[in-house]
Ligand binder design. Structure first.
Ligand SMILES: Cc1cc2nc3c(=O)[nH]c(=O)nc-3n(C[C@H](O)[C@H](O)[C@H](O)COP(=O)(O)OP(=O)(O)OC[C@H]3O[C@@H](n4cnc5c(N)ncnc54)[C@H](O)[C@@H]3O)c2cc1C
Length: 389
């Protein structure tokens, strides 16, 4: 395993590092102020302006293949860049990206959905979770029934990120009840104009997901993404991507948080000495640094496996689980080191505390990752010796 960066890769990583420092970090206090007034921290127009600025420097479509106008970078680079973005809580992502499964679209769908998503003129959302089926996604009940050249969709989706601003959704519905998730779930590309509605869900985080309602929503047969009945595989592929990118983002947040904690510890004097001199504080910093390093290697190993077409499911689940658990422990320690100030809304620590909590829940909870990891081991599919054997 060689994770040495080429000069070009290092240049790209450093460019993003500078972009984050110069363009995003200065927006942080404004983001906090707006969010505390109940507004979006950064508007979609402002995001677009920043994305356009990045594009002027050729920064567009990190993972998007070059034939679609992107940079076509691999998973390791994507993870490293995600970690750089994670160093700020400003909710920003670079333009030129599309959901990985949208690249399965046929030529006509690519014009209507993939290309505008890459260009940032249309917004997608991914809808599998239902009020009665989250972890147990195989148990979804939304149905799509064929009627001539159309399909009629009925059901409820919940906790859909971006569901309230999306122009279209990739919705998963049962098209063959007998087969269910084993060949009887289909993914449909459904425009908002087809009649589905959305309602925002307030959460403890700053940006909420939405519930989506489908009541006799009609879409043409041509709205099927991929093959009829093969939707569940697409859904698992979509979720799989987040299993190394979500902890990568948390990695960047943890680095920045521990830097903030060290700065505070050097300056905060109690009983005549900086708290940085106290063993209790030093141990919190040391434990956090070890966990950050372990997380970095779990994320990079998973990403390296993705790049080298090695079965990465075990590594991804490990990265997601470890990232969720330890990012939450680290932010808790950082809050503790800041004392009462850590608990206030003057600092972003409490914001990160709330945001990082989500990592233990979405795209596979801690318990589901543990279940996957243990099953892979017990069935012999994976070894405790890791992928090197
Ligand atoms: C902010 C946010 C954004 C989201 N975005 C999206 C999105 O864009 N698209 C989408 O489709 N979904 C999305 N989700 C849904 C998310 O993926 C689910 O919430 C998650 O999978 C958990 O499902 P659940 O909430 O139904 O919990 P449940 O499945 O009901 O689980 C409840 C608890 O039981 C545990 N549990 C469940 N089964 C087992 C088991 N077999 N063994 C041990 N413990 C178990 C869980 O780990 C959890 O602790 C989002 C959720 C949130 C909160």
């Amino acid at each position: 395993m060689d994770l040495t960066l080429t000069d070009e890769e290092r240049e790209i990583r450093d460019w993003v590092r500078t972009f984050v420092t110069k363009e995003l970090v200065p927006l942080e206090s404004q983001v906090l102020e707006r969010e505390r007034r109940g507004e979006r921290g950064i508007t979609l127009d402002e995001v677009k302006t920043l994305q356009d600025k990045a594009r002027e420097s050729g920064f567009f479509g990190i993972q998007t293949p070059e034939e679609h106008g992107g940079m076509g970078l691999g998973a390791v680079m994507n993870a490293l860049l995600e970690a750089e973005l994670g160093r700020t809580f400003v909710p920003f992502k670079f333009g030129g990206e599309a959901d990985n499964i949208l690249f399965d679209a046929n030529a006509e769908q690519q014009e209507t959905y993939l290309r505008p998503t890459i260009e940032g003129t249309r917004h997608s959302c991914f809808a599998i979770t239902e009020p009665g089926a989250g972890s147990d996604a195989r148990n979804i009940r939304t149905t799509a029934v064929r009627d001539g050249d159309e399909w009629v969709i009925n059901g409820e989706k919940t906790f859909i990120t971006g569901g309230d601003i999306a122009d279209f959704t990739m919705v998963f519905a049962v098209t063959d009840k007998e087969r269910g998730a084993d060949g009887g779930v289909t993914c449909f590309l459904a425009d908002r104009e087809s009649g589905w509605t959305s309602t925002p869900i307030p959460t403890m985080g700053e940006w909420g997901p939405a519930s989506l309602s489908f009541a006799d929503v009609r879409v043409p047969h041509s709205a099927i993404l991929g093959e009829e009945g093969r939707g569940f595989e697409l859904a698992m592929r979509w979720i799989g991507k987040g299993r190394y990118l979500l902890p990568a983002r948390a990695l960047g947040a943890c680095e920045r948080l521990v830097e903030m904690a060290m700065e505070h510890a050097r300056n905060r004097v109690t009983f005549g000495e900086p708290i940085a001199n106290r063993q209790a504080i030093q141990w919190m910093i040391a434990d956090s640094a070890v966990e950050i390093e372990a997380l970095r290697w779990l994320v990079l190993t998973a990403a390296w496996q993705v790049d080298h077409a090695v079965d990465s499911r075990q590594a991804q689940s490990m990265a997601k689980l470890y990232g969720g658990v330890h990012a939450n422990e680290i932010v808790d320690r950082v809050l503790q080191i800041h004392g009462g100030m850590g608990y206030t809304r003057e600092l972003p620590v409490e914001r990160w505390y709330r945001e990082l909590r989500l990592l233990r829940i979405y795209e596979g909870t801690d318990e589901i990752q543990r279940r996957t990891i243990a099953r892979n081991l017990l069935s012999g599919h994976a070894s405790v010796r890791g992928h090197l054997g």
